[in-house]
Ligand binder design. Structure first.
Ligand SMILES: Nc1ccn([C@@H]2O[C@H](COP(=O)(O)OP(=O)(O)OP(=O)(O)O)[C@@H](O)[C@H]2O)c(=O)n1
Ligand SMILES: C[C@](O)(CO)[C@H](O)COP(=O)(O)O
Length: 261
């Protein structure tokens, strides 16, 4: 499916940046195992991918959504998008060999947008992202060029090093109060992400686990803002995580029903 202009009506005006959300679904889910990438697994009657895409389609701040899907399963992603009538989806495209390559493919897909427009990058494997989290990320982009959503760590997070005979030894205990667990979406002014990726992709030693980290490393002068994520915005990674997501969805639905009573 090609990249198209978003429909008029919800589209950005001259005074407001255009907001594209890219749902990154290019992974194969090696840690989950099984025959299917985890973004295609069923979760409460819909594919994990559909939950993530639907959240961005429903967000009033988002003008269009692109999906970057692992090559062999492009047709399934197109079927999911068409079947669910996710009208803001403007393109379903192949992802890259790494998450960073998939982010770069998303960036290439919006090459026609202005430097002042916005790109939100989101893991398809985080199907429980909420409207409040998306909204908080976009709002922070009014005054920041790069924004990540994160939650505090309840556990003490430590750094380890290899010890003798294959053991692991404690190396450092960073102060917990300044530690966060990074989630997605991570949002960017396109000009900022373009400059960061230009340097990153020229670095043969590039290794990154998220896109805010790419900006921090390759555009050191650029402040990266961190805003509140959501404990329930889990990343489906290991066997059992879909079941956890099912429970979280059920609790969310029960809380919403209770609030209406
Ligand atoms: N080449 C890749 C690798 C990952 N991702 C996406 O990045 C998100 C977070 O990555 P991760 O949880 O690591 O997914 P997988 O790479 O599928 O999992 P694994 O590392 O266990 O193989 C997922 O939505 C995944 O589809 C991607 O778009 N392109
Ligand atoms: C981007 C991310 O979700 C932030 O927590 C995470 O780093 C993705 O890592 P993965 O190894 O690709 O799952």
């Amino acid at each position: 499916m090609p990249v198209e202009e978003s429909a008029p009506g919800g589209a950005a005006g001259a005074d407001r940046p255009h907001v594209t959300a890219a749902v990154l679904a290019g992974g194969v889910g090696a840690r989950m195992g099984g025959g299917l990438p985890k973004q295609l697994l069923p979760l409460a009657g819909r594919a994990v991918l559909e939950h993530a895409v639907a959240a961005f389609c429903a967000a009033p701040e988002v003008d269009d959504v692109i999906v970057l899907m692992v090559g062999e399963h492009l047709a399934e992603a197109e079927r999911i998008v068409a079947g669910a009538d996710l009208a803001k989806v403007s393109a379903v495209l192949p992802g890259g060999a790494t998450r960073t390559a998939t982010s770069a493919a998303a960036l290439a897909a919006v090459s026609h947008r202005r430097d002042s427009d916005l790109l939100l990058l989101h893991d398809a494997a985080r199907p429980l992202v909420t409207r409040a989290v998306i909204s908080g990320c976009v709002a922070a982009l009014a005054t920041a060029g790069a924004v990540g959503v994160a939650v505090p760590s309840g556990d003490t997070v430590v750094e380890v090093a290899a010890g003798p005979g294959g053991t692991e030894m404690l190396r450092a205990v960073p102060p917990r109060a300044s530690l966060r667990r990074m989630q997605t979406p991570q949002g960017f002014r396109l000009g900022v992400l373009r400059r960061a990726y230009e340097s990153a992709l020229a670095d043969p030693a590039l290794v990154a686990t998220d896109d805010c980290g790419v900006v921090l490393r390759y555009l050191p002068g650029e402040p990266v803002r961190v805003v509140e994520g959501d404990e329930a915005n889990i990343k489906i990674t290991h066997p059992g995580d879909v079941e956890v997501a099912e429970v979280l969805l059920r609790l969310r639905a029960e809380a919403a029903a209770e609030a209406l009573r």
